[in-house]
Design a protein around this ligand. Structure first.
Ligand code: PRX
Length: 661
């Protein structure tokens, strides 16, 4: 986008229509501002009221926020509740009981509907099966499931008995699984024989077997196997049990186990600045409160809505806006097993029409790839489907470029649906900075303003506020209920990563850069300021990919990974590799690059495969041996290096790297 165009785009403002404002739960900016003012006036009272009114507590809390051991904040900590009871039991005896909870569409287009009453039965029955295998409150259970109703049932069943789940995305490798099983000390794995994606049957159980065989997973006693497809898979006698087997004869009633509000509902691994993914630990009470509330606030959920979040349960978005939020709010939601381009790239639009979807929430990467597809083939353009039922659109996971925003607004939303560009993270549990559909005037590419009670700000490196219009570091100044509680097994890393002493130790550091507009104070996220990349909305650590590359000890001497902008995937992974032998060229280089890409896929998962690998005889280093990544970033972008290179030990290497690109 040219500079002039960007100025034009930023000047576009789309206020909600009068009808939208009038019908909305948070109606107009004064209503939003009043909520913010209330949170500032009586911070604890604000949250306590919401927690009392929106959750069912088996034991009411008397303490709202305990800051005595900051930054290990505790919310509602003497209260007790159960997350599954708050998603299911709560609706029994209300009009929601027989409402459709889930419309499930499989990869091949088969549709099933499940009511809240039926879902409660399934979850309870599976919870009984978990208990029968000796799984108890406080145990950790690893879930490696396809995007199916059974995946959500597995999560809810763990929550029901007080077991902490750790869901691993079905695209991660055996090695990634093994590392997470060991770190979490999981006692069981819930998986499926295969998963169906885009008409292809992909193994899951075989990957679990491989991961467990790598050793160190002796804590695993049971592997539960959902038979997703008729194809048989290897079963280890005594350890592996099919769903059919464990569910046989189990009652579909199971009392929900009350847990303390701070009890870990789940641990979800995500990438950070070092080679090892971190287990983000979430609470039960505070997390669920935010999942529930943001359904009402951000999506303005109404009883008749048909909500569809396209995220996989392996990511935080699939936790909060598939497995918990919509159920806690009593919504009807669509769960889709497949991919947006199968059998054709009109699948999303056809499904919106088929299921009369009203709120649609997806990632910019999906939008960008569907724009490209629609431009190439009018048959998959959204205008071929009737999208009149839509009333709110959402975007999540990465910055949405104004062009994609405009296309989404016009072609999917018919210029009538507000787009909520929701900024948040695995660590925040739910939305942080986002427009409210019935209040906030929209500006393409901006996530606009923080939700009430979220004290987001932009500061300099010392933690001091900086004026609007100046780029800086995004922080949150006060704790909020759904924040990360700690990094599983690593409280020190938690403190260092999120509450660094250099900034006073009390500010939550998001890891993103941001700028507020001079006129409205709207936030725009400018991207990560650490070594985390965002590729197609998937979070990857450059160090993690480097570790994977150098673990190929036979071939690789050294590697450095950086990101560069990519029109389709947002960012792309670029690896600079120094091999142990000669620097390869031509076909040999191609073959070697393929081998290393496959190696990374095996070590982490296909999503982490570098888009480009370039070989060099060395990497640009300072005299003390530090790799100068900012130079590599420029080279990856194809820019001429203009930075100061006087501290470089080996300036000549820049020529070689430059030529390589
Ligand atoms: O860089 C921000 C980007 O995604 C990061 C969080 O990734 P993850 O923990 O995987 O969670 C993704 C789903 C919530 C953030 O640090 N990000 C997320 N949403 C946005 C965003 N960047 C810009 N705009 C957004 N709406």
């Amino acid at each position: 986008m040219s500079a002039i165009e960007s100025v034009l785009v930023e000047n576009r403002v789309f206020p909600p229509s009068e009808a939208t404002v009038l019908a909305a739960r948070i109606s107009g900016m004064p209503a939003y501002e009043a909520m913010c003012a209330e949170a500032s006036r009586d911070f604890e009272g604000f949250w306590a009221g919401l927690a009392r009114n929106n959750l069912v507590w088996t034991k009411p809390f008397t303490r709202t926020l305990d800051e005595s051991n900051a930054p290990f904040f505790r919310w509602f900590d003497d209260g007790e509740l159960n997350a599954s009871a708050n998603c299911l039991d709560k609706h029994m005896g209300t009009p929601v009981e027989n409402k459709t909870a889930v419309i499930f569409e499989s990869d091949d287009g088969n549709v099933t509907r499940t009511t809240y009453r039926e879902l409660l039965g399934k979850v309870s029955q599976f919870a009984n099966a978990l208990k029968a295998e000796g799984i108890r409150k406080g145990d950790r259970v690893l879930i490696y499931m396809p995007m199916t109703l059974e995946g959500v049932v597995a999560m809810q069943a763990c929550a029901r008995i007080g077991a902490t789940h750790s869901v691993v995305f079905g695209g991660f490798s055996a090695k990634a699984l093994q590392e997470r099983i060991i770190d979490a000390g999981a006692v069981a794995v819930i998986t499926a024989n295969y998963q169906m994606r885009g008409g292809r049957e992909l193994p899951l159980k075989a990957i679990v077997d491989e991961g467990l065989a790598m050793g160190g997973c002796e804590s695993i006693r049971t592997v539960f196997v959902y038979q997703r497809t008729p194809t048989a898979c290897n079963m280890v006698a005594g350890r592996d049990k099919t769903f059919t087997e464990v569910l046989a004869g189990k009652s579909s009633e199971c009392a929900a186990e009350p847990v303390g509000a701070e009890h870990p509902l789940f641990v979800l691994y995500t990438s950070g600045s070092t080679g090892k993914p971190k287990g983000v630990q979430h609470s039960t009470g505070g997390y669920l409160l935010w999942a529930r509330l943001t359904m009402d606030w951000t999506f303005d959920l109404q009883p008749s809505d048909v909500f569809w979040c396209t995220a996989d349960i392996g990511w935080i978005t699939g936790h909060t806006y598939v497995a918990y939020g919509p159920l806690a709010a009593g919504a009807t939601q669509i769960i889709f097993e497949g991919i947006p381009t199968y059998p054709n790239a009109g699948r999303f639009w056809q499904m919106i029409e088929r299921h009369q979807c009203t709120i649609f929430y997806t990632a910019p990467t999906a939008i960008r790839s569907l724009i490209k597809a629609a431009e190439g083939d009018p048959k998959v353009h959204p205008d071929r489907s009737n999208l009149k039922t839509l009333r709110i659109l959402g975007s999540v996971g990465e910055p949405i470029n104004p062009e994609a925003w405009m296309w989404y607004y016009k072609n999917v939303g018919g210029e009538r649906c507000p787009i909520v560009d929701t900024f948040w993270q695995t660590e925040t549990g739910g939305h942080m900075i986002t427009p409210l559909p019935g209040a906030t005037p929209l500006v393409p590419g901006s996530c606009t303003l923080p939700l009430p009670g979220i004290m987001a700000a932009i500061v300099d490196e010392a933690g001091h506020d900086i004026p609007n219009g100046t780029g800086g570091i995004l922080v949150v100044k006060r704790p909020w209920p759904s924040m990360i509680r700690t990094i599983w097994n690593d409280p020190e890393r938690f403190k260092k990563s999120y509450f660094p002493e250099e900034m006073g130790g009390r500010l939550y550091l998001a890891g993103d850069g941001a700028v507020r507009s001079a006129d409205r104070g709207y936030f725009r996220i400018t991207g990560r300021i650490d070594d985390v990349l965002n590729v197609s909305g998937h979070r990857l650590g450059t160090m993690e990919i480097e570790s994977a590359l150098v673990s190929h000890t036979a071939l690789v001497a050294e590697a450095a990974v950086v990101g560069r902008p990519d029109d389709l995937t947002g960012e792309a992974v670029c690896a600079f590799v120094v091999l142990k032998g000669q620097r390869p060229t031509g076909d040999a280089a191609k073959a070697m690059a393929k081998e290393l890409r496959d190696w990374v896929a095996k070590e982490i998962g296909p999503i982490a495969k570098p888009k480009e690998i370039r070989f060099a005889e060395n990497l640009p280093k300072t005299r003390s041996g530090k790799i100068m990544r900012r130079l590599l970033r420029s080279i990856a972008k194809g820019e001429t290096v203009t930075q100061d290179t006087s501290t470089l030990e080996n300036p000549a290497i820049l020529d070689q790297l430059g030529q390589a690109w």
